[in-house]
Each structure stands twice: as structure tokens, then as C-alpha cells.
Design a protein around this ligand. Sequence first.
Ligand SMILES: [Zn+2]
Length: 279
Amino acid sequence: MNGLRSGQATVAESKHERLEFNDLFTPFDGAQDRLRLRAFGLRSGRTELCIALPGSQRERMPALPESDMTNDPGNDPAEPHAVELTVWDVPAAAEAGERFAVSVGARCSAGCDLGGRELSLFDQEGSPAGTVKLGHAIWPGTEALYFAEVEARAPLEAGSHQWEAKMAGWDAELPHAPGSFPLMVRVVPSPDCEVTVRAVDREKQTPIKGARVVMHPYRAVTDDNGIARVRVARGQYDILVSGPQYLPACASVEVTADLITSAELDADQPWASPDEDPE
Ligand SMILES: [Zn+2]
């Protein structure tokens, strides 16, 4: 949310069409460096929120543990505090054997300071894959969500791997129970071919800048010359090319070596009133 000085933010649950917020908009106070969201009727349980800021890219927010919305004093000293973990910013795909990073956060049900506590990722076999110490800052807008970015190396085998973020329990001062959170690591083969796609306006035969070229899960955006270079692993792909004000185009290709191709896009005619000047 850096750089936002004034305005409003829109918040919606990303995974549910049915919104249960009564207050979707919150005025942003330019004097503060954080955004306070007032959400009423938020369903219980973990909820992923998307925050859309005017004129900026969408930013992901971590799921807020449910008890952020209530006051849980954790009043029984004999009962260990529960530690809830959450993971976000998991890449859509990680290249086999390459390093990638995810964001992790943890919150004690009684709001204890978790800064400096270690949190680890474990791979599908249960082996440690990466460890980080939580920072001392709290995620803006939450009361006690401590967070960090942890790096790990993706497995060599392509496919989906079920990993887990874990935090060990501890007994110093107040007893804390261990916490865990699952994450899916999707691994794709290392790219060994380059596909060059030139996006062209079919009618004007001019290059289209800023068009998105998707060869799932690989993707790129065209440059000033309408050219995008996508590094992919050998295989069969659908190339989907789309640009603002253009109808998307799709073609199937088999990639066995470097490849150069072009995509001619038809302009998506905006609706114009007959009274309006077409210019
Ligand atoms: Zn605690």
C-alpha cells in the first residue's frame, strides 16, 4: 500500500462470489500510513481478502485468523496459546530446482509478541525446506500478525507438491502449542525453449504494446515493438494473446525448439452511440 496518499480502497473476498461485507469502502486517512478496514458480518474461519486500490495493482493480503475479529484474552494460563499460521504470495508455479519465496505469518490467539520466532517450511516428505525468523513488525490492520518471507528450493519433479508451514511450540513464559498451515507448491519443468510472439493489430498492421502472452503456466508481456519472449519447457501449448481494447486470440503449438510466431488481434470495437462522432 506504499504510495497511497488518499482515496478509497475496495475489499472483497476473492474466493466467494457472495460478499458479506456491509462496509465495502473505507475512507483512507492520508495522515496515517495504514488502512483500517471495517468489515461487518465477516464469516468465521479463514478468509482470503483481495484489496484493490485505485490506480494500483491488486495486492494480496494474508488471511486474517478469525479471532482477529474478536477479543480472545486466552485467559486460562494452564492452556497453551494456539498459534495460527497463514501462507500467502505462493507463486502460481515454481521452476524445478529453482528458488522461490512465499510469505508466512503467525498469530498467537492471545496476541503475544512472536517477533523473532522461527517458522519453517516442510516438503512433501516432511523434510525441512526453508526457515525464517518472523519480523518484529505487525501486518498493518491486524493486531498481532507477525510475518516474514521465506525462501525454499522447488522440488526437481514437476507436478503439485503438498508442503506445510510449521512453527514449533514453546514453553518459555507462557506455553504455546505448535501451529501449521498447508501450501501447494506447483512445480513446472525448467524452460529450455524460447517462444517469440509478435502481437499485431490486424487492420492497421501495427505492433501492440502491453499485450499479455500466456502459455500456461508461463507468461510474458509484449514490449514497444509488440514482441514478447516466453521461456517455456518443450511441450504442447495453447498460446493466448490478449490486449486492452483487443479481442483475445488463441493458437495451439507444439514447442520442440525455439519458435517465432505472430498473433493478429482484432480491435474490440467499443460501443458508440450513433450520435457520437466516431473520432
Ligand atoms: Zn501467546
